[in-house]
Design a binder for this molecule. Structure first.
Ligand code: T6T
Length: 321
């Protein structure tokens, strides 16, 4: 009986220390990490979750993955609030707006939950012990170079993006515009239009642009849904190869468009790597070990010529693990 009581007491002690922010995990309890995606079910974030899950398994970490049904801070905020109420040791998140997500993340920080920003960031530099993302400025510049090559260095080029206030795509637009200004005098940048991350809206914008500028030479779509929608419109308008396109991301629909000649180049990020590194940094933060404030991850230019190579196949996004 005494032994049983002692065992019970010991177990109670551990449990009461384990849960809630700030636990070093030293109490032998498994570290609990939550991942809040920018958009549930979308191949970029699902591939990210696969990388995070594999790393969590390797490190013996409990990982809970959730995401909003739209890339929208009003839908992401209640998810963050319920995650914070569950008091995980760490939170990995892709904030859906640079301003609107500051308040809910400040709450999490005040509860001493270790915050790691994956993919996107917020404007408040004190939020996020580590920020892990593609170098999107560089990615935007690479898109400008690839598109300039495709259109022979001359003509009108358009950008289709999601929404202003999304750190990643905003940086891609800036990288693209700066590169054109600096090195592609023959290109005329006709500006950016926003699809609100909706495939149908991206198609509508592409059709309107084709109607307005019959001499449009190229388009840069800054993310998966914008690219898929713009590509569908080009295909339906019979503009295959006539209006060139470069798209960010490499989801299954985009890879099919690449093989069908709708898009000429894709810029594939490494979402699985971002997810895995996010879990590593979260564990380091919870254990009070050194955390790397900024981790840029690589990107690969995918074309019809290299898409079937094994090393390129590895970077294509998946809908599930
Ligand atoms: O391009 C990715 C991501 O990097 C961006 O922040 C939001 O859009 C995607 O998820 C693709 O849809």
């Amino acid at each position: 009986m005494r032994k049983a009581m002692a065992a019970l007491a010991a177990m109670l002690l551990i449990t009461s220390c384990g849960s809630g922010g700030g636990d070093t995990g030293g109490g032998g309890d498994r570290i609990r990490v939550a991942l809040v995606q920018g958009l549930a079910g979308e191949e970029f974030y699902e591939t990210m979750a696969c990388g995070a899950r594999a790393k969590a398994k390797e490190l013996g970490v409990d990982l809970d993955v959730q995401g909003p049904q739209k890339f929208d801070p009003t839908l992401q905020t209640p998810i963050v609030n319920s995650v914070v109420a569950g008091a995980p040791d760490a939170l990995l998140i892709a904030p859906t707006d640079v301003k609107a997500m500051i308040a809910p993340l400040t709450q999490a920080k005040q509860q001493n939950i270790k915050i790691i920003l994956v993919d996107t960031v917020v404007e408040d530099p004190t939020i996020g012990l580590s920020r892990i993302s593609t170098d999107n400025l560089k990615g935007g510049a690479a898109a400008a170079e690839a598109l300039s090559e495709q259109v022979g260095g001359k003509g009108k080029v358009l950008v289709i993006s999601t929404d202003p206030g999304v750190s990643t795509v905003d940086a891609r637009i800036k990288g693209f515009a700066d590169e054109i200004k600096a090195s592609h005098p023959g290109l005329t940048y006709v500006g950016v239009q926003y699809s609100h991350n909706d495939v149908g809206e991206a198609s509508r914008i592409m059709n309107a642009a084709l109607a307005k500028d019959a001499d449009l030479a190229g388009v840069f779509a800054t993310n998966l849904n914008s690219a898929t929608g713009a590509g569908t419109a080009l295909q339906q308008a019979g503009k295959l190869g006539k209006v060139k396109m470069v798209g960010f991301d490499a989801g299954p629909a985009q890879v099919k468009q690449l093989k069908d000649g709708v898009v000429q180049a894709l810029i594939a990020q490494l979402p699985a790597d971002i997810g895995a590194k996010g879990v590593e940094q979260a564990v380091a933060a919870v254990k009070g070990q050194e955390v790397t404030p900024s981790i840029p991850t690589d990107a690969t230019i995918v074309t019809a010529a290299n898409v079937d190579r094994p090393e390129v196949q590895k970077v294509l996004y998946k809908a599930g693990c």
